[in-house]
Design a protein around this ligand. Structure first.
Ligand SMILES: N[C@@H](CCC(=O)N[C@@H](CS)C(=O)NCC(=O)O)C(=O)O
Length: 211
């Protein structure tokens, strides 16, 4: 059986949880706080980040997009990647935008954690512009559509639904649902899928000082 190193709020880990659930692949979920010294993450990933998928043979796959690709290659049914080359790149474009927005959010989280005296407002604003830009672009592309790419649920929906779900839990004050009601309705639809219901993000306490 696969093991998955995951954190409860992690949008990156949630992408893998959703993919495994959509494919009906059994796995044992190991919940960690990757920012704490108690985490076993560095044992499996030299970059000390989760998610990490640990295979029955003891090898590990890390970096959420690589895990998604790896799982897709080894467990192709049901497919979450289209066959058509242009559609595949369209899916990857969504993944790049959503992961980039998550990165910008996490950078802000830790910049804020430095405390009022030490935080850099220009840095926070730069990161927030990336999040705003990502949401603007997602709203433009998703408007009036059931799924991000083509007529079926793909890894693009996994990435987009996960980013939006993360925003709702960790950044509830942002006004994107009012600015982009279509995107908000899309997010509500995605959150109804059993794979999303079973992996709703919740907050975790970080005990170590990270910054
Ligand atoms: N690009 C990575 C990002 C993963 C990531 O940043 N994970 C966070 C948890 S949400 C982490 O483990 N951070 C610990 C650290 O950076 O030391 C991916 O897609 O897997």
């Amino acid at each position: 059986m696969y093991l998955l190193l995951s954190a409860r709020p992690s949008p990156y880990a949630r992408k893998v949880r959703i993919q495994l659930a959509e494919k009906g692949i059994p796995f044992e979920l190991i919940t960690e706080v990757p920012w704490d010294s108690t985490t076993q993450t560095p044992r499996w990933n030299p970059l000390e980040k989760l998610p990490v998928l640990i295979c029955p043979d003891g090898s590990s796959v890390f970096e959420s997009r690589l895990i998604n690709e790896w799982v897709e290659a080894r467990h192709p049914e049901p497919p979450l990647m289209p066959d058509d080359l242009d559609a595949r790149f369209a899916v990857k474009r969504f993944e790049v935008i959503c992961d980039g927005a998550c990165d910008a959010l996490i950078l802000q989280l830790f910049e804020n954690a430095r405390g009022e005296e030490h935080r850099s407002q220009p840095w926070i604003e730069r990161q927030q512009r990336k999040v705003d830009g990502a949401l603007r672009e997602l709203a433009r592309v998703v408007e009036g559509r059931e799924f991000c790419v083509g007529q079926a649920f793909t890894l693009a929906d996994v990435a987009t639904g996960t980013l939006l779900g993360y925003l709702k839990v960790r950044w509830p004050h942002l006004d994107w649902p009012q600015r982009y009601p279509d995107l908000a309705a899309y997010s509500d639809r995605m959150e109804q899928r059993p794979s999303f219901v079973g992996s709703r993000p919740t907050t975790q306490v970080i005990s170590d000082q990270v910054v």
